[in-house]
Design a protein around this ligand. Structure first.
Ligand code: ZN
Ligand code: ZN
Length: 336
């Protein structure tokens, strides 16, 4: 059953610039059918940016795409991850093993490396957050059943040989790439900028189609951090954006503006949901993501997004949880 028709789609490589290839790897996720890995010529080998999801046959797919770019796994000189989500980090272990290369990644990777090391503990924690957020027992049971025993899409936990922080440069035949921290989508998120070529490898921070996602529970204010990370990239000199999903795109400023507008609209929906009185986070989810979303989605990304906006409104002094309630209900403070 898992060998369904999606698996018949094969990985592909396309040359984006001389010395830079997009490796488009299939994903088993209906809403996100591919992830991009970037191979950048570097001396006698390549720097690989992002690693693809770990699942049966995935390493073979990566090798297939590399082969189209005229590269073998052993030619990878360095692996850099834009962030530690499974679709960007999942194959890091096998790549490091096959090539002997180093892994460079931002140090705030625990949101994945801890989860991958003990998925059961992570699920327990998610379930507790969901329960405290007002998810009813029946929906919780369904969520737990859909998640328990599922892999996290990471072959093995490998820790970075070097912390990918501002000041670190990633050398390549196209010049050195500069690191900018862009937490929000994930606490470990960075983008890579090549100023001479005016190219930005944006990971999931800036996508060609606005699609908001935040990791809840690892940093004080993920939505606020995401907004600050939009400020952080807005003025970079960029003419080509290589995003983690989809084709290369342009118009960085337009995309930054579209992301800001979308966040503002989502925050307004969350405020409106509390206009008639306090609500549990779970009661706000359908008002944010729509009634028709599947229930396990409501409990996972829908709830995370609501919690991140509530937290952001709390940081701004606009909303707060009511004292001592469990499940928690949130209300507006009247300040804005
Ligand atoms: Zn991601
Ligand atoms: Zn992604």
């Amino acid at each position: 059953m898992s060998n369904d028709r999606r698996r018949r789609e094969l990985a592909r490589a396309e040359r984006v610039l001389p010395g830079l290839w997009r490796l488009r790897l299939p994903l088993p996720w209906p809403a996100v059918p591919h992830v991009n890995t970037w191979a950048i010529a570097s001396g006698s080998g390549v720097v690989l940016v992002d690693a693809g999801l770990h699942e049966p046959g995935a390493l073979r797919q990566l090798e297939l795409a590399l082969d189209q770019a005229g590269v073998r796994l052993e030619h990878v000189r360095l692996l850099v991850c834009t962030h530690a989500h499974s679709d960007h980090y999942g194959l890091a272990g096998p790549i490091v093993e096959a090539s002997g290369c180093e892994l460079w990644m931002h140090p705030n990777h625990e949101h994945m490396t801890k989860a991958a090391a003990s998925p059961e503990a992570m699920l327990e924690r998610r379930i507790e957050v969901a329960r405290h957020s007002g998810v009813p027992a029946s929906a919780l049971a369904g969520y737990e059943e859909s998640r328990r025993g599922q892999g996290v899409g990471v072959a093995e936990v490998v820790l970075p040989d070097r912390d990918l922080l501002p000041g670190v440069e990633v050398d390549s035949d196209l010049g050195a790439w500069q690191v900018h921290e862009t937490p929000g989508h994930a606490p470990s998120h960075v983008v890579l900028h090549q100023p001479d070529r005016r190219v930005l490898i944006s990971g999931d921070h800036i996508l060609g189609r606005v699609s908001l996602y935040y990791d809840y529970g690892y940093s004080p204010d993920p939505a606020g951090e995401f907004l600050a990370s939009l400020d952080a990239v807005e003025d970079l000199d960029v003419q080509l954006i290589l995003a983690g999903h989809g084709r290369p795109v342009r118009d960085l400023r337009g995309l930054v503006a579209a992301n800001r507008a979308k966040v503002a609209e989502r925050l307004e929906r969350v405020r409106a949901a509390m206009a008639d009185g306090p609500r549990t986070p779970y009661e706000i989810v359908p008002l944010l993501v729509g009634e028709e979303a599947p229930s396990d989605m409501m409990v996972s990304w829908g709830l995370s997004e609501v919690l991140c906006y509530l937290r952001h409104l709390e940081v701004r002094g606009e909303a707060a949880p009511l004292d001592g309630e469990d499940p928690a209900r949130w209300g507006l403070t009247g300040r804005r």
